[in-house]
Every structure is written in structure tokens, then in C-alpha cells.
Write a new protein. Structure first.
Length: 188
């Protein structure tokens, strides 16, 4: 029997709740996390503004969806995932994910991404899911590859971060590749 549509091996994706926002705002304002989320200058922002951003991303209308990531074993909020910009004609959406620093390196982000990809293809009828990531973010690149993404291109030295230039890596996965690879949240 298949798991429920928004349940992976380690995490479950659910609606954003007000009690999630303090953690999400704190992680977004953490310089070590923020540097991976934005390409512009990294500076603290008011918590109310960040909370409004997460609420906006989580309205869950049409094929745009934003969900809190919670652990299966304790229902602890560990992050947030989003599919946005879904175009009804081309059926392509962009994926974004944030996992709080205390929860990184445990496979939770990879499982959340796989679960959202499953949902995007099986429930939303998407054809393609894409993302961008900084070239020096080796853990994220490995997690995205493990979830089925392929590097499609690189904008060389496109982002200035920590006094040096970073590549901006474009990655994508197609529904047929995902299906052919037998990928799913329930798979290892």
C-alpha cells in the first residue's frame, strides 16, 4: 500500500501553521541559512515581513504549493518546501526548500524534496520541476541529485558571496525521468 501523498520515509508535508513561523523566521534570518536562500545581499529583515512571505508562499492555490516539513517520529517542524510559478501551459514549477540548521545532514531535506516531487508529478500533473542552487553548496547539490535532479547548466560567477564569485547551478527533473527511475518518497 502506498503512503499518503504528502508522506515520505522521514517527513510529512502539511499546511503552514502559525506555530511554525517563529522557527521559519529564525532560520531565514540566520546568516548561515539566509546565504543559501537569496542571491541578493544578506541582511536581517523584520520577522513580520518574513512571516508574511511564508504565509504568501503557503496559500496553496492552483499548482502553487507551500508546505511545512515535519518529522514523522515527532511532528517537529524542520523546514518548508515550495513549488511556485507553475505555468498551466508548460506545466513547469520551481522548487525551493529551507531546512533549519539543527536538522541538516539527516536526510530530512532530501526526503522532503522527493515527497514534494512525487506530489508535483502525481497530484499536480507537472511535467518539469526546476531549481537553482549556489555551486559551492555541495550538500544541497548532492541531495538534489539523490532526489533525481540533473544539472542542466551553470551561470558561471553569477553571484557575489563572501567576497568571491559563485556559480549559479540550474537543475531540473522531468516527470518521465522520475517515473523511469522508480523514484518515490517510499523508495530509498
Amino acid at each position: 500500500m502506498a503512503p499518503p501523498p504528502l508522506t515520505g520515509r522521514l517527513v510529512r508535508l502539511r499546511e503552514l501553521r502559525e506555530e511554525d513561523l517563529d522557527r521559519l523566521v529564525g532560520w531565514w534570518n540566520d546568516p548561515a541559512t539566509a546565504v543559501r536562500q537569496v542571491t541578493g545581499p544578506v541582511h536581517p529583515r523584520p520577522g513580520a515581513e518574513i512571516a508574511a512571505m511564508f504565509r504568501s508562499w503557503s496559500q496553496n492555490t492552483g499548482c502553487n504549493v507551500g508546505l511545512s516539513v515535519v518529522t514523522l517520529d515527532g511532528d517537529e517542524t524542520v523546514g518548508h518546501v515550495t513549488l511556485y510559478g507553475a505555468d498551466p501551459k508548460d506545466r513547469c514549477a520551481t522548487l525551493a526548500v529551507i531546512v533549519g540548521a539543527p536538522h541538516q545532514g539527516r536526510g530530512l531535506g532530501t526526503d522532503a524534496v522527493r515527497t514534494l516531487i512525487d506530489y508535483g508529478f502525481a497530484e499536480l500533473g507537472l511535467h518539469r520541476i526546476e531549481l537553482t542552487v549556489l555551486g559551492d553548496n555541495l550538500p544541497a547539490l548532492a541531495a538534489y541529485r539523490k532526489a533525481g535532479f540533473t544539472e542542466e547548466g551553470r551561470r558561471r560567477e553569477a553571484v557575489f558571496r563572501h567576497g568571491r564569485w559563485q556559480d549559479h547551478v540550474q537543475m531540473g527533473v522531468l516527470a518521465r525521468e522520475h517515473l523511469a527511475a522508480g523514484r518515490s518518497a517510499a523508495a530509498g
